[in-house]
Design a protein around this ligand. Structure first.
Ligand SMILES: *Cc1c(COP(=O)(O)O)cnc(C)c1O
Ligand code: SF4
Length: 339
């Protein structure tokens, strides 16, 4: 295990002290697979995948040393398997590029718009369906969110604004505050939702500054975090971040992806749900893998997924059973996956 003190030493001196800790930690995140290997006491992996390694030290510290099969490591380690061309796996599996209605705004589902706020993340998840997304083509962060806000203002049926990306919490507090100040004055927007992995992979992001920004949001606040394995939640700073969000009146939900070799067992799923609830988070969706090029080795066949859900249902109270869903291009909702 890597200690907090080591983490601190690695991120210091990278940026000036007035820069928030989370930004310094992000700047100091591991980008070199050899360094990752060295820290975990492993040898030999190298990959020419164009989707680069990115993993913060605080997340790395939760990995088990010397274990290639570690469920956290598998989520972030580039492998040459990603370069294999597999039929049916492509670059826009969910049809996002056809739902763009304004700069950075996806309007696919009734009553909700999704803002692609940034292409940046604090971790690169190998199975990510946005790994090929052409973020730079439309980005509302350029300027003061004018295009996105104009669309929301003129569409009175938009009740919920979802901040997504990339990861919206990689944006600075100042950037977020600009958006919230303007959303506050749009009466039909009653909910603000975040889709973010930062409370899990970079929990220092939930700092006093961010909590102050949240206080400026009068709407109901929902945060959908993303953890796939209970060990991702097994750190005191994650617990503190989730407690702080709960204390700030944020409804906490989790979405996970069903991944071969990470969480494709009854035990892993039950453990995840139990650990989430222990930290006041309800399981929301369990996504069947989107068939994105480079991620085929993570796929769990649908029939197996359905069978797994049947077993999970026998082990957990109903409110801890996530909904198994698939994203289908052109559909008006995430599609439930049944047997
Ligand atoms: C997933 C998604 C949403 C949110 O869907 P919910 O079922 O409300 O969680 C909204 N817009 C887009 C484009 C999405 O992909
Ligand atoms: S944090 Fe989310 S958007 Fe970013 S790489 Fe991981 S799954 Fe994709």
């Amino acid at each position: 295990m890597i200690t907090g003190i080591q983490v601190k030493n690695q991120v210091e001196n990278v940026l000036p002290v007035k820069v928030p800790l989370w930004q310094r930690e992000l700047a100091g995140a591991v980008r070199d697979p050899l360094e990752l290997m060295r820290m975990l006491g492993l040898e030999g992996a190298s990959s020419t995948s164009p989707f680069k390694l990115l993993v913060p030290h605080s997340y790395l510290a939760r990995m088990k040393k010397g274990d290639w099969g570690d469920p956290l490591l598998r989520q972030v380690l580039p492998l040459d398997e990603e370069l294999r061309v597999v039929e049916g796996f492509n670059h826009d599996p969910v049809g996002d590029q056809h739902s763009v209605v304004a700069d950075g705004v996806l309007h696919k589902y009734h009553g909700r718009v999704l803002l692609v706020t940034t292409g940046a993340c604090a971790v690169h998840c190998r199975y990510c369906f946005r790994r090929h997304f052409p973020y730079s083509d439309f980005n509302p962060v350029k300027g003061e969110w004018e295009g996105a806000l104009a669309y929301i203002r003129t569409n009175a049926d938009v009740r919920e604004v979802i901040l997504s990306g990339g990861d919206p919490l990689t944006l600075s507090d100042e950037r977020l505050a600009v958006l919230f100040r303007q959303l506050r004055d749009i009466p039909h927007v009653t909910r603000v939702r975040f889709h973010t992995r930062l409370p899990v992979v970079l929990p220092s992001r939930i700092d006093a500054g961010f909590l102050r920004v949240l206080e400026q949001v009068p709407q109901q606040k929902v945060m959908v975090i993303h953890a796939n394995h209970e060990r991702e939640l097994g750190a005191g700073d994650v617990n503190a971040a989730l407690s702080a969000l709960h204390g700030a009146g944020v409804t906490l939900l989790n979405q996970a992806v069903l991944l071969r070799g990470v969480n494709d067992s009854v035990q892993a799923q039950v453990g995840l749900s139990e650990s989430l609830f222990a930290q006041r988070v309800l399981p929301y969706y369990l996504h069947v893998l989107d068939r994105v090029a480079g991620a085929a080795h993570f796929e769990v066949p649908e029939a197996e997924a359905v069978q797994l859900m049947g077993e999970i249902r026998k082990r957990l109270p109903g409110f801890l059973v996530p909904k198994l869903v698939r994203e289908v291009a052109g559909e008006k909702a995430k599609m439930p996956v049944f047997g």
